[in-house]
Design a protein around this ligand. Sequence first.
Ligand SMILES: Nc1ncnc2c1ncn2[C@@H]1O[C@H](COP(=O)(O)OP(=O)(O)O)[C@@H](O)[C@H]1O
Ligand SMILES: [Mg+2]
Length: 252
Amino acid sequence: MKNDKILELKNVSAGYNGEIIIEDVSLEIFENDFIGVIGPNGAGKTTLIKTILRLITPYSGKISYYFKAGKSEAPIGYLPQVNTIDRKFPITVEDVVLSGLLNRQKITKRFSKKEKEKVKELMDQMRIGNIARKPIGELSGGQMQRVFLCRAIISDPELLILDEPNTYVDNKFESELYEILKKLNEKMAIIVVSHDIGTISSYVKTIACVNRHVHYHKSNIISQEQLDSYNCPIQLITHGHIPHTVLESHEG
Ligand SMILES: Nc1ncnc2c1ncn2[C@@H]1O[C@H](COP(=O)(O)OP(=O)(O)O)[C@@H](O)[C@H]1O
Ligand SMILES: [Mg+2]
């Protein structure tokens, strides 16, 4: 199976108000990738994601996109960190998911019957079909995650980016989520940010460790020595032959 490059960062530095948060990042992403992004709080994980999404403009370096023309109207699906979502925004579950299909033409056009059916099918599959008409302000954290995951994947993106999807999610949905992602990875590249890679290390194929700089490991196994040399306050534990990586507690 071919595995084309879809995205490349070359010596990218970015941040806010002139301050550098991520520095000299070079990274290639391919269509079959399933990358776990780890690192302590405030390390710049979300900043890296926002840079890839073009929500912030790099100070220096270059980002190249190689998405296939006509394949998806929204080539990157994005699940933001839930604590950044405005719950007071007066919009229903169904509308949030539908908004994942918005593009330039749709701003004046109505959604088709086929699109609405696709949304319904996905919501049922994610078990939020029963709350389709609820305003998002009334949802639990776990329900919010599912709603925004549906929104991120409804356009069949080429790259799906999830920022801390396991926050607020109950254990049952967490393992379900990773099974869903594993399935989606047959069709799209996935980047999943987590400060707790315990569960994800057995699902992801590679690991990027962020701490101002990005260290990319072309494997889902990472040694304690490697982590120490990157100043990542993360500790490895092993159950049987499956390595688990967990975050040590740290200040701030
Ligand atoms: N919008 C912003 N304006 C200014 N500084 C920010 C902004 N967002 C994040 N930062 C700062 O950038 C640093 C990295 O933040 P972030 O990328 O959110 O880290 P992480 O996702 O790894 O926890 C933090 O010190 C944070 O305070
Ligand atoms: Mg973050």
